[in-house]
Structure formats: structure tokens, C-alpha cells
Design a protein around this ligand. Structure first.
Ligand code: MN
Length: 238
């Protein structure tokens, strides 16, 4: 009986660890260059009934070219005049179809001098590793709710050449604390990491979240919630 229990527990643990994949699943072929619709000319009805499984449809490997793996212009500084003073240039499967199924992507983040901010956000599907190329950034992430109820804040001031990691799913931010522009490059462990900008998602949801929900959740006067919900929440990821 004990042996059987052990076997059942072992199988459950083995299954749990195989499902708890922190990044994208491993590909089953060299590449699967993303395409909008599958090329099934003999079966037009199939097109409308085809489903995405976990990623995009694959282009015929014989039709793949170097363009499918290429992006240019990452050296060009971006406009940081948005209200938060930053601009994220993502290079993921949407920009490079050849990234499909490969579990990796890249971002360039430009920060305005004196306080350009990449506001608190999370990537639901990726860990991020960031290197500062120019300027000085104050960066940090917050842990999930700990056993004692705390959410620990882990921060660091980074200079050119410094590298920092933001673990998958955790809320994080980067603030330019220098007098010059700042530039950082980040790699993310997903072809499609996703971004949830906290303030935008909570106060700028469309349609809006019922203010009673936010008033109670944030323990503030309803006027504060009304004010925040009236703001125009810009997205610095474009
Ligand atoms: Mn990030």
C-alpha cells in the first residue's frame, strides 16, 4: 500500500513538473516560421476550421528565406516624449516570424532624461534579462505574496554594462535616474512574452472595472478611483 502511494505521488509530481514549464515549450523541428493561414489549397474548408495549437502555423520550410529571421533598425533611438517618458521596441514573433516556437525575443527600451519610466508591468509568459547600454537606471521587481503576507521589493541602480533579471510574471519597472537618455536591451524567454501594464490594466480597462471593486481593493475614496479611471493611460509598448 505504501509502495502504491509512493508511486502515485511520484507520478503526480512528475506530471506537475512537466506542466510547470516557465518558458515556451521546446520546438519539435528546426523552425516553424509563422504564417497567417495554412497552405492547404486542396482543402479550402479546412482553412476556416484550422486552429492555432500553441503558436502560429508553420510556413513550408522550402519557402522560408533569410527575411523570415531578420529585423533591422534596433540601433535607432525612439521617441520618448510619451507621458511616461519611455518607448519599448519589441522584436518578437510579430516582427520576426522565424521566432515562432523558439521561446525567445528581444526588446529595446529608450528612456527620456530626468525620469523616463518604463512603468510597473509584468510579462505573463517570460523571464526578462536586461543590459543597460547607456545611462543610469533604477530598476526593481516585487515578489508574489509571501507566506508572511509581504511582497518584497528587490531593486538595484544599473550603469552601462550592468545586467539584471526580472523573473517570469513578477511586476517590475525601470526608471532613468540620470541626466542623459538611457537605453537598455532586454531578452525575454518567450516568442510572445505579453505585457500587462499594471496601471493601464487596472484603471484603463475597457470597459472599466466597476469602481466599487477598485475602491474596496485599493482602500481609497471613490473620488480617487473616479479620477484614475478618467485618465488617458498611454501604452509605451508600440
Ligand atoms: Mn519588462
Amino acid at each position: 500500500m505504501e509502495g502504491l502511494k509512493f508511486l502515485v505521488v511520484s507520478v503526480v509530481l512528475a506530471l506537475a513538473s512537466s506542466f510547470a514549464s516557465a518558458s515556451d515549450p521546446s520546438p519539435l523541428q528546426d523552425f516553424c516560421v509563422a504564417m497567417k493561414k495554412p497552405m492547404v489549397w486542396a482543402c479550402f474548408k479546412c482553412l476556416s476550421h484550422a486552429l492555432f495549437v500553441n503558436g502560429k502555423f508553420c510556413k513550408d520550410p522550402q519557402q522560408v528565406t533569410e527575411k523570415d529571421f531578420f529585423f533591422s533598425g534596433f540601433n535607432v533611438p525612439r521617441d520618448t516624449s510619451s507621458p511616461v517618458g519611455s518607448n519599448v521596441t519589441a522584436v518578437n514573433v510579430a516582427q520576426i516570424p522565424g521566432l515562432n516556437t523558439l521561446g525567445i525575443s528581444l526588446a529595446r527600451i529608450d528612456f527620456a532624461p530626468y525620469g523616463g519610466l518604463n512603468p510597473p508591468h509584468t510579462h505573463p509568459r517570460a523571464t526578462e534579462i536586461l543590459v543597460v547600454v547607456e545611462g543610469t537606471l533604477y530598476v526593481g521587481f516585487v515578489t508574489s505574496n509571501l507566506a508572511n503576507g509581504d511582497n518584497r521589493l528587490i531593486t538595484k541602480v544599473l550603469n552601462p554594462g550592468d545586467v539584471f533579471v526580472f523573473p517570469v510574471g513578477l511586476i517590475h519597472f525601470q526608471l532613468n535616474v540620470g541626466k542623459t537618455n538611457a537605453v537598455a536591451l532586454a531578452s525575454l524567454s518567450s516568442q510572445n512574452p505579453g505585457v500587462i501594464t499594471i496601471a493601464n490594466a487596472v484603471f484603463g480597462a475597457d470597459p472599466p472595472i466597476n469602481p466599487n471593486v477598485l475602491t474596496k481593493a485599493f482602500q481609497v475614496d471613490k473620488k480617487v478611483v473616479d479620477y484614475l479611471q478618467k485618465q488617458f493611460w498611454t501604452d509605451n509598448n508600440n
